[in-house]
Design a protein around this ligand. Structure first.
Ligand SMILES: [Zn+2]
Length: 457
């Protein structure tokens, strides 16, 4: 261990005890990783050579990336052995239990990915469980039927629910040319709210662009140095309520704020350099996607939701905004049906199990999505692109499962304590199994003291 937590040295030789190294891109420096963090980063970067897109962001030491780019490709079998060896070292080399637990679940996911590369893949559901430190359950169709019945009762108009939903959604489409200004307005508003409730690290910044031809609706690319690039997909029309959800998810208090705080606290202050890489299909994603969904309530409190939507209709120039009383009524209905529509989206997990575990063909799963999920054929096809994508075929679970796990954990404390509890998700590195255990016992296993400096709110 070259420079692990608890590195010696008083205030006078602090600089000598905390060496830094150039980071990827730009002019930043990051702390030199200890041996465990270094080998974890190397393993992740090597897996990315076999699984394009696996590394979602890397802002750690530049020399590690350079050496992986230069070396000969390591086989999947060798990488699986590397993951196994890393796991075996954790007890001896990582004294901090929270750090050790996080590294263990992440390394198990890397081990599962490497095993797949080596031709020794787990069965789909077992692979998903290894990826996320969490085993998703198939949701009963009755849940989706109940959500559809609620929508049926609340969405006015003539025709089938599908026809009414289409007409309803069409009236709520934000014109693409209005999106940039509206997104700026929302980001400013959510940043101000998150600053008050959670604090934001100095120097954080983000920019938003519109893109097409992607299998997702929005994406946060975290570049390090407290900066994110947020992309919104305009392939399909963006509806006003989805825009609120997507912007808060990608920015405040979602992905951008989470990554910025973790860079400031875990990477820079505590020197847990393993957090300088962001990895798709690992347990950190279940927490990250869950908190990004769950954060909505803090920047858009229930009492403010309808008012914010009505203002958005106006800024978007929607026809319905011409009648403020009607606009308010529509906004209130939208706020009321949000949980039901959210639940219908969770059907993507069932679709993935039908496709990959049960072996149904694509057309049969599209039929299921249309019949049970009440998707339009167009939405069902877009959902299947995600479910069948090489990377997202396992990722499809993290949104609903992550949010549900974290929601139960958050709501286990009184309302007045929930913002503080949520703030832990932004600044610490809990694991899905650790959160589940805390939910059962009421005691955190993830927040034990760490050797390095802790960031302060
Ligand atoms: Zn996300």
């Amino acid at each position: 261990m070259t420079d692990g937590p608890g590195a010696r040295g008083g205030p006078t030789d602090r600089a000598a005890a905390r060496p830094t190294t150039p980071a990827m891109g730009g002019t930043r420096e990051v702390p030199v990783p200890d041996a465990i963090a270094r080998d974890y980063l190397l393993l992740a970067l090597r897996l990315d050579q076999h699984i394009p897109g696996f590394v979602d962001g890397y802002f750690g030491p530049a020399d590690l990336k350079a050496s992986v780019d230069m070396e000969q490709l390591r086989s999947g079998a060798r990488l699986r052995d590397d993951a196994t060896a890393l796991l075996a070292r954790l007890d001896a080399e990582v004294p901090d239990p929270a750090r050790r637990r996080w590294l263990a679940v992440q390394a198990r996911a890397l081990q599962a990915h490497a095993a797949s590369l080596a031709g020794d893949a787990l069965a789909y559901a077992d692979h998903v469980a290894a990826c996320f430190d969490w085993r998703p359950e198939r949701l009963p169709d009755s849940l989706f039927d109940a959500a559809a019945a609620e929508l049926d009762a609340r969405i006015p108009g003539a025709g089938s629910l599908d026809e009414r939903l289409r007409a309803w959604d069409a009236a709520l489409t934000v014109p693409a040319e209005r999106l940039p200004l509206i997104v700026d307005w929302l980001v400013g508003r959510f940043r101000a709210s998150a600053t008050t409730t959670f604090g934001v690290p100095p120097g954080e910044d983000l920019r938003v662009s519109l893109v097409t031809d992607k299998p997702w609706s929005g994406y946060n690319w975290y570049d390090g140095g407290m900066r994110s690039r947020v992309e919104l997909n305009v392939d399909l029309p963006i509806r006003a309520p989805d825009l609120l959800r997507t912007v808060s998810h990608e920015t405040f208090p979602g992905h951008h704020l989470e990554h910025a705080w973790k860079e400031a606290g875990l990477v820079m202050a505590q020197r847990r350099l393993e957090h300088s890489v962001l990895l798709i299909n690992t347990p950190e994603c279940l927490v990250s996607e869950g908190l990004a969904n769950l954060g909505y309530r803090f920047v858009i409190p229930p009492a403010a939701e309808a008012g914010l939507l009505a203002e958005l209709f106006d800024r978007a120039g929607l026809a319905l905004a011409a009648d403020p009383a009607h606009a308010r009524e529509v906004a209130e209905t939208l706020a009321a049906i949000r949980p039901a529509r959210h639940l219908l989206r969770a059907i993507g997990g069932n679709a993935a199990l039908l496709r990959h575990e049960d072996g149904l063909d694509r057309a049969a799963v599209v039929d299921y999505l249309v019949a049970v999920g009440r998707d339009t054929p167009e939405r069902a096809a877009q959902r299947m692109d995600f479910v069948e994508h090489a990377l997202w075929r396992t990722y499809v679970f993290v949104y609903y499962e992550g949010e549900e796990l974290l929601r139960r954990w958050l709501e286990a404390v009184p309302a007045g304590e929930q913002a503080a509890r949520f703030n832990r998700l932004l600044r610490e590195a809990p694991t899905p199994s650790g959160i589940a255990a805390e939910l059962m016992t009421g005691e955190s296993t993830d927040d034990a003291p760490t050797g390095g400096e802790r960031s302060t709110p």
